[in-house]
Design a protein around this ligand. Sequence first.
Ligand code: GLA
Ligand code: ZN
Length: 668
Amino acid sequence: MECRELDIQFGVDYYPEHWPRERWETDARLMEELGVQVVRMAEFSWSRLEPEKGRFRFGWLDDAIALLARHGIRTVLGTPTAAPPAWIIAENPEIQPMDANGLRRHFGGRHHDCQSNAVYREHIRRYVTAFAGHFAKNPNVIGWQVDNELGNSHGDLCFCPSCEERFRQWLREKYGTVESLNEHWGTVFWSQDYSDFSQVTAPRATAAGQNPSQLLDWKRFCSDLVLEFHQFQAEILRAAAPDKFITHNMMGFSEKVSYFQLGDKLDFSSHDQYPGGHFREGQNELRADAQAAELDFIRGTRQKSFWIMEQQSSITGWEVLGRAPKPGQLALWAMQSAAHGADAIVFFRWRSCAVGTEQYWHGILPHSGVPGRSYREIGQLIRRAGPLLRQVRGALPQSRAAIVFSYDQEYAFDIQPHHPQLTYVDHVMTYYRALFRRNIPVDFIREEEDFSRYQWIIAPLQYLMYPELEQKYRDYVRRGGNLVLTMRTGVKDAYNRCMCQAPLPGGLSDVLGLQVPEYDCLRETSVEIQWDGRTYTGEKWSDLIEPTAARPLAVYGSEFYAGTPALTVNRFGEGRAYYVGTEMSPALADRFVEEMVSQGLEPLASTPLGVEVTRRVSGNRRWYFVLNHTGQTQYVTLPPHWIPWDGQRRSTLPPFAVDVYTEEEEEA
Ligand code: GLA
Ligand code: ZN
């Protein structure tokens, strides 16, 4: 079941167990009046649902579900495995996770569980089997969420003996023999050869340095473990209730588990969207691009529409707080989620909690329970956008450009960032932001995606390279695609070993028409770049490029390589291959996107900085969302054939306002 098949647009995350029963009726009535159609519950309620081993107390949840149903509200239930209760920890303290120093993380917060531990799995099997069996036949329960924000656990998952043993099994399956592992991990270095798999350890804290090949496999293993942990529960839920959907609340670019692979196992993806941030800086227009990217990324996990399972509903914070959302901002943020492909938006949380870690992660209702500004603003949003979301269900942006996103590349740069400030996601974002500023829709795709669906593929930091991927890029350009490759392409093989057969960028040299015999890590400096007589900046890294066939677009303007190419383009087959030898400053990235636009990549509309335009397309119908992320009135000129979806066409957009337009394409 995909989410476009569900007629649900708005909901809230609800914790009835935090409040006296006498209040539930008021909550349900206020929710109904607000337009809430769904609640998510129970993903942290283990101690109240199984207070003692095998003694299940599902009655209160049955009552809450039934009461909400009387108000027309349906339920999504979460499994509570991100917070095993104290009695389980007392019985089996060994399920508490171990950090890289071999120390246990203790009870008293959440995520105090090891995901491989067999004893914990038995507790989960008992609970989830009873839970799924009990609620399977309840027609008001429409779907499940397994655990909560999987991967949002420990710094680097768990290093306990159980996880270590699972890692060894994973390595045995991957390499077969310990000789093969030695070869692929390069254990000849620093005398790390193993003579038996039993000697291999989880990469705990070492005295000095670590093996990059071991670390890469460890990160892949951790992702696989989380996926298997999810499947373990999902299979129980599916077997008990094949008619209910399974989704998961992902966290944008969080990297602990591959959301592409997780998405494959879900009916649809969900995401938790907190633009005000969890202790983040700058609750203003400057984050609009990052928010947009996370939404596009979540859509990319399945190339389908999705849900927001937690959308910010007021001030956020644990020990310290973020800014109060300004009037209009909550609705703007929710509309931005819809603008990028959300079919339903569930607000976190219904009411600010009086107790516990998240007392200051505010809900729609304040602590007092008396409806205030958030309730009013979200109510207005629901009344306006409910009919819109019903129409746009399933519609997607129809992007002509895509960014290749790879967890493996990210892991490799986590392990060796090269430059102290280089991160994979930030580097990817230099491209995304420039496209965002021009209102050019873009998809995030995995390496396995069919590239031929796109006219433009941007593939940043293709650092780990292997023959199949190389062939895909080659074929894509040969058949007429526009490919953008960057610094650090083709440096290593899939095992994190440097490739030595040819100068960089290795096998793609002829596609790019260049070689990179040298490079420079820009420590505490940046490099000038000249393009058409104007000066820009490159950061963190310079590739020293020797063209064999490529044409320079821009050259370095400083350093000992001044005058040599920094950005190039090469015709190969029917297509073009660009190479960007540095991390572009925003102005340089804007100039680069100008080049793309001049080669036929069309923006949706031209707007002032801070005003975003997105598109959703279904059949011959298109919806355009125009979002003013700034606190100022903005003046926009939109294509005259766009028809206002509601209200009047206007060229002045008040602070934080959102306008929606439609367009019908003539039938061919
Ligand atoms: C996450 C979790 C929620 C809650 C919120 C606020 O997104 O999924 O359980 O903790 O953050 O901190
Ligand atoms: Zn463990």
